[in-house]
Design a protein around this ligand. Sequence first.
Ligand code: PRP
Length: 213
Amino acid sequence: MRPLRIALTKGRLEKDTVGLFEQMGKDCEALHNKGRRLILPVGDGNLEAVLCKAADVITYVEHGVCDLGVVGRDTILEYPGSFYEVMDLGFGRCRFALAGPKDKDFYSGYREKTIATKYPNVARAFFESKAMDVNVIKIEGSVELAPLLGLSDAIVDIVETGSTLKENGLQVIEEITPISARLIVNTASMKLRKEEIEALLSQMEAALSEKGR
Ligand code: PRP
């Protein structure tokens, strides 16, 4: 049988997950010296890490080519799928917020508002919950530019330290929901490789509570 495969979101979440693996006593030599390789062994050969973009973590786990995945709650909310969300890993903490220019009252006036975001589903759901019609425009990165350029009235985006907003004359209008990294599991793997997955989950839990102490 192949090793258990865990898809990791490249970048910050990948680094935090490697820290967690090390806390679990797993050798992460290959992940530290990965070069351009995308599939790397972790520990003693029972686990391998697959490095990909956040949305692809969900795709690979849903299709069962990866048994587990580490992905932000932001991505799960934007691309809901059928998998188990089994653990809040506690790192990658930030929040979704509605933000806009400092000097403007977003809710004033009757004109339909335009919202720029990398997360159109999250933005639509937020305004639907307020029974507010808005025009949503999808942006791929640095969403803060949209209100500065006059494309949108506000943005729905991730806020971590708040510096990007501050340095661009924007502020949080309303907090939407907290975000952190989650561990997801393929539904079939959860049955077929139950013992291995449960062993990994309890090692993770132990390492996380050790870290939290
Ligand atoms: C995210 C987000 C904000 C920024 C917030 O962007 O879209 O731009 O981080 O962080 P802060 O509150 O600490 O300033 P990211 O760095 O992921 O880059 P991107 O916009 O290119 O996706």
